[in-house]
Design a protein around this ligand. Sequence first.
Ligand code: UD1
Length: 417
Amino acid sequence: MDQILVRGGVPLRGRVVVRGAKNSALPLMAAAIVSQEPCVLHNVPCLHDIFSMDKILSSMGMRIDFTGQSMTLDPTALNSSEASYELVRKMRASFFVLGALLARFGKAKVSLPGGCAIGERPVDIHLKGLASLGIEIRIEDGYVVAQGKLRGANVGLDFPSVGATENLMMAAAMADGVTRLNNVAREPEIVDLAEFLNAMGAQISGAGTDLITIVGVPELKGAVHEVIPDRIEAGTFLIAGLATRGDVTVAKANAGHLESFLDKLREMGATVEARGSDIRATAPNGLVAKDVSTQPYPGFPTDLQAQMMVLMCISQGTSVIRESVFENRFMQVAELRRMGADIDVQGSTAVVRGVSGLSGAPVMASDLRASAALVIAGLIASKGETRIARVYHIDRGYERIEERLASLGADIKRRRE
Ligand code: UD1
């Protein structure tokens, strides 16, 4: 298994281009299932999670060509509405094919994703919503077996789940009649999916608000679409720059998608400039502690919580971080403590007392964002080397992170094993 080796203490400087959003590209790929014709996605990141979705769709007969950052998905030979446990267990987002399969075939058999490191992550909201749209659902041997004729309905979500909103949008796009989805997720990735489906001929309005209205249409055609920039990747690079007292600009980003995060950086004392699609953040004199509470969009993103915690570790004063989206998302804490961080966790709250620096240590990545946090901690540590094991987690969501950080001046390399 590969390791990442970091020698910290070097201020990162320069410009790094943000890739397309993983969390947009995955549901967009699934959405090609509902099209009658080939679709093209541009700005698709080259990531393990994208390859996992490629495998699932290919197993159903989708023909996929992924060259450079462009992907053609040809659904004309789709012949299966099943997604096996072997494929789904690797990535929870595979479950997002369920709604699209129902729209296309009127039936689907998709493995339940199971738990994951950051929490239980059930799919009850997805299933309840699909049942309201007229789908009969049974759980058999670990699989969701679903079938029925999709009929428009009013559906209220118990929580604005991102994946459930996406599954329901894809299902309702071809339902008979009008669907109103209430208390839905408002993430930019939801808006991106609505725009792609609308380009295929769907009639979806209200994406980005908590009420989405969908007028079902009988057929969808091919479309060409550009994936939005990855706001989590942009935030991660900005934090890495600030944590090393450097000067990093992220290019091809969208500051409008990162408002609560950028506001928090400003509150902590950073200077943040957003010009066109560039965002630059600096804090040559360091940062002061502030409290953060993760929330569904437009609140502070849970996917930036672990990285932000590292910044808090070296800010002046004490910060309180409340994780309110996932129940077990402080996996990075034990490893950060081994690097000299002063953090106490009680339930979903972490109290982070700023220290003057961190020191390098061998650490273990446990999930995608926690591993990004460990890399940033390694970049801070001016004493010793940080060796991060199990970097396959990081490869799920960051494209060649070590090369891109090295281009900003970091002393970082991958050891292939
Ligand atoms: C998506 C993102 C993930 C991000 C998360 C929250 C993708 C591929 N992944 O995940 O990176 O961290 O949004 O912003 O887009 N829940 C239920 N029942 C359900 C569904 C969800 O209880 O049926 C709970 C989950 O356990 C979790 C919370 O709702 O505690 C949020 O989950 P959700 O918004 O569904 O996250 P995902 O779509 O899985």
